[in-house]
Design a protein around this ligand. Structure first.
Ligand SMILES: Cc1ncc(COP(=O)(O)O)c(C=O)c1O
Length: 379
């Protein structure tokens, strides 16, 4: 179809899979039940009864939202409690809640720029859309370095440090498609040498990485006032919205910056759900152990099938089969067997897309075995 000579895709080509139930191990897609191995609900808290109850309670008490921004009358006690809980959980001086993880990146970069903490950004070329957009919107010079390539980063910083510019090294913590971990420990060393800072979009590792689930900084045992982080609450925490953590001056900038000043305060139910998701993750470290166990179990089985998988406990398994058509075919065959995995075209996936399996703490051994059995003969 074309409108004014511009090719337009029909809506059912863009949104092919319509969810008709809660997103859980068994979900209704396009009117049919499937064993579901997609998304980023690593603990399936999105459909946890306590989270739903908390969201519903806030909806009844506060109504849907405040109809104004945070700095006017849009700040509730619930919002303040969430920000305090986020700071306590991540062990930082303060935290700010934002309407999405996407906006957290934009607000984070703008605040760092306002505080004059950097002059030039070096960003991993494979970083998430919002990380790149945030960097662009900071108004500072932006240079991309090769994906996960510390030597390329060093070379690029050295070329530019002659001008004595303070670098901000930006990256995702855990990359969403191939589940690679950024060498943030190495980035921090560089930031120390060049009097710069590090920005991490840690949306995929918060909740799942590190002994307490605090994400990539905890994973590497890092703590420094040169480290800044933004992330989403919509994945491991099962809620909605995003946040940034850091010292008081940084968070003050976010609280008074353009993003927060210029947007309505988020729905009360999202805030309550985030508080509950955070509480569940904090109180139940055994969920993380279950998740890591499930990931290791599934990866081991898939490895035995000959699928090249990273031998680790991260819950994302991604592989490619060359041509797009091969992957479409395998995807369709699995759907016929009642299984949904992703054939996804996301940042890092390349033009043909990749096949991506996401396992959660709630999948049973039988469900994982059924997936593996179904893949036999299709690879
Ligand atoms: C790496 C990464 N960062 C940020 C986001 C955006 O977070 P949100 O959905 O809360 O806007 C996503 C996707 O949702 C993501 O995959």
């Amino acid at each position: 179809m074309s409108i004014n000579n511009i090719e337009v895709m029909p809506i059912d080509h863009i949104f092919k899979y319509i969810m008709g139930s809660k997103t859980k191990s068994v979900s209704t897609i396009n009117g049919k039940e499937y064993l579901y191995f997609g998304g980023a609900g690593y603990f399936q808290l999105q459909s946890h009864p306590e989270l739903i109850e908390a969201a519903a309670g806030a909806l009844v008490k506060y109504g849907f939202a405040c109809g104004t921004s945070r700095t006017i009358t849009g700040t509730t006690n619930l919002l303040l409690e969430l920000e305090e809980s986020l700071a306590a959980y991540f062990g930082t001086e303060a935290a700010a809640y934002l309407p999405s993880g996407y906006l957290s990146n934009i607000a984070g970069f703008q605040a760092l720029a306002q505080l004059d903490l950097f002059d030039i950004i070096f960003i991993d070329e494979g970083s998430h859309y919002c990380n790149i957009d945030g960097a662009l919107l900071s108004g500072k010079t932006l240079l991309k370095f090769k994906h996960l390539d510390i030597n390329d980063l060093k070379a690029k910083i050295e070329e530019n440090s002659i001008k004595k510019m303070k670098p901000l090294i930006a990256t995702d913590g855990l990359f969403p498609i191939w589940a690679e971990l950024a060498p943030v420990d190495e980035y921090l060393k560089l930031a120390e040498i060049y009097n710069g800072a590090v920005w991490v979009d840690d949306s995929h590792s918060v909740g799942i990485l590190g002994e307490q689930g605090r994400g990539i900084f905890e994973y590497y045992g890092l703590s420094s006032d040169r480290l800044f982080m933004g992330a989403t609450l919509s994945k491991a925490f099962g809620a909605y919205g995003g946040f940034v953590t850091g010292n008081v001056s940084f968070i003050d900038q976010v609280h008074t910056g353009n993003v927060m000043t210029g947007s309505s305060s988020p729905p009360s139910s999202s805030v309550a759900a985030a508080l509950k998701g955070l509480e569940i993750i904090r109180k139940h470290p055994e969920l993380r152990k279950k998740l890591w166990g499930n990931a290791a179990y599934l990866k081991n089985k898939l490895g035995e099938l000959g699928i090249q998988v990273e031998n680790n406990y991260l819950p994302i398994v991604t592989f490619a089969l060359g041509k797009k058509e091969n992957m479409q075919e395998l995807h369709a065959s699995l759907m016929e067997k009642g299984i949904y995995i992703q054939h996804v075209n996301y940042v890092g996936a390349g033009a043909n897309g990749v096949l991506r399996i996401v396992v959660s703490s709630e999948h049973t051994k039988e469900q994982m075995d059924y997936l593996v059995e179904s893949l036999k003969g299709l690879i």
